[in-house]
Design a protein. Structure first.
Length: 455
């Protein structure tokens, strides 16, 4: 059996104790434990004379990382990936900053990825390419004669056809995707929107640009059991105990998100303000903790978002705080996973209201972390991929601050039996559809995909 070759923008970050952290490393842990693998990606280094590829081992996986020049980083990462594809695919067209030169650099950096992959590829290896940074990779490899099975998984949403068409290079990018054997999305609805753009019929097998390939929805999960155990064990740990002490008898509402435009943070703070305005009886009895570690600080409009949120948080507390109560604790720092798990478990309400999200793992982590005998309530955006699976959550339109305020009030007042019933349904889903199930399901489909060239 050949190796699994994972290609992603970033390679996992090594830490002394846990081996690797980072969403994808956690999601792939199960399949990486079962077979020899190679993982190729950017190591985070940006320099005029960047790091050449170098390799280290993480158990059965060889990890090859390399650096980028400032010019590559600007065009490929900050430019086309995060100032065009990310906002466009999350329906934030006003934030798109398209430049033809950035698309050229995006393709050049993909050529560099392809070179590094090809130098290490064996004939029976299976490639699994991750996310919007690397859409052109298979096309480059195919042009160089690579015939290996190649799969792609998009972690972010695929937009409606009309929205995708607003991208000047939409056709070229879609054509690039046709060079994979399997193009996976988080939900059936994203796959459907891609098929709609292609005009190719529903799938799973589609024909476009003279090629036949497969598409499908593969909802990503978490390691539910492990997360639940971590939440239960760390509940009485130092961070959990400190939070409990400082919260006292107040009902905790929690949000955990990278500081990102897609996460709907301004709308969420407006929703909480709305809840306070309409529910004076809750003043002094509720505590909203919003953890929002800064991300992509190098992209200009992320700095503007940060300023906006600083202002909103300050105004909310200025208006409602008392000498002994701060309604919102807004924090731009990250915490260890263990601490997060303990925090989720204490929260009566998990607030997950992205404007749009591929999946949203925080929603699943919140469900996994709850105490079975006294679970909290998940308030979830109907535009997160997770909404298709988590039928027990209170669904909200994240653009509607009134609805967010209402859902917080409803969640806080929810009768015990209803809380249990909703949580049970969601826990069963999250327990059945783990990260391991996702990865194995995707790879089995890729294995079976024919990937025949149509013409
Ligand atoms: C993309 C897609 C899709 C957050 N703050 C801290 C921290 N986190 C962890 C969370 C969670 C992860 O980061 C965030 O995952 P999400 O799924 O919520 O969102 P994205 O980062 O946007 O991920 C998304 C995902 O890819 C997977 O396919 O679900 O739709 O956008 O695990 O817990 N972790 C720690 N400290 C923090 O302060 N340790």
């Amino acid at each position: 059996m050949g190796r699994l070759v994972v290609v992603s923008n970033r390679i996992p970050v090594a830490t002394a104790r846990v081996g690797a952290t980072g969403g994808l490393a956690v999601a792939l842990a199960d399949v990486l434990a079962r077979q020899d693998a190679l993982w190729i990606g950017w190591n985070g280094d940006v320099a005029e004379d960047p790091d050449p590829p170098s390799s280290r081992r993480m158990r059965r996986t060889e990890i090859v990382g390399f650096g980028l020049t400032p010019q590559m980083h600007a065009g490929f990462y900050a430019g086309f990936s995060n100032a065009v594809l990310w906002p466009l695919f999350h329906y934030r067209l006003g934030l798109v900053e398209y430049r033809r030169e950035d698309y050229a650099v995006y393709n050049e950096v993909n050529e560099r990825f392809a070179r590094i992959v090809r130098e290490r590829l064996a004939p029976d290896d299976t490639l699994w390419v991750h996310d919007y940074h690397l859409i052109p990779l298979a096309r480059i490899l195919r042009r160089q004669g690579v015939t290996n099975r190649i799969g792609f998984f998009l972690h972010i949403p695929w937009p409606a056809a009309e929205v995708f068409r607003s991208l000047p290079v939409h056709r070229d990018l879609a054509e690039a995707l046709a060079h994979y054997d399997l193009v996976g999305f988080q939900t059936a609805s994203h796959a459907h929107q891609f098929a709609d753009y292609l005009g190719s019929g529903e799938g799973p097998s589609v024909e476009a640009f003279g090629r036949r390939f497969e598409i499908g929805g593969f909802p990503i999960g978490i390691d539910t059991q492990q997360f639940a155990e971590m939440a239960s064990k760390s509940a009485s740990g130092e961070a959990g105990a400190r939070l409990a002490e400082s919260t006292g008898n107040r009902a905790l509402v929690i949000g955990v998100d990278r500081l990102d435009h897609s996460k709907g943070l301004p709308n969420r703070i407006a929703g909480f303000a709305n809840f306070l305005a309409r529910n004076p009886d809750w003043h002094g009895r509720v505590q909203y903790l919003q953890i929002a570690p800064v991300s992509r600080g190098e992209v200009a409009n992320y700095r503007a978002l940060r300023r906006e949120l600083d202002g909103m948080a300050g105004r909310l507390n200025g208006k409602y705080a008392e000498f002994d109560w701060t309604p919102l604790r807004y924090i731009n720092r990250g915490y260890p996973r263990k601490a997060l798990a303990a925090f989720y478990r204490q929260a009566r309400i998990g607030l997950v209201t992205p404007l749009r999200d591929g999946m949203n793992l925080v929603a699943k982590e919140y469900v996994a972390a709850q105490q079975a005998s006294d679970p909290g309530v998940l308030v979830l955006s109907e535009f997160a991929g997770a909404a298709a699976e988590l039928s027990g959550a209170l669904k909200v339109n994240p653009y509607d601050a009134d609805a967010i305020g209402d859902a917080i009030a409803q969640g806080l007042a929810m009768p015990f039996e209803e809380r249990i019933a909703r949580w049970k349904a969601d826990y069963a889903t999250v327990e059945a559809n783990t990260a391991g199930v996702w990865a194995r399901g995707y790879l089995a489909t890729l294995e079976a995909a024919r990937g025949l060239i149509a013409a």
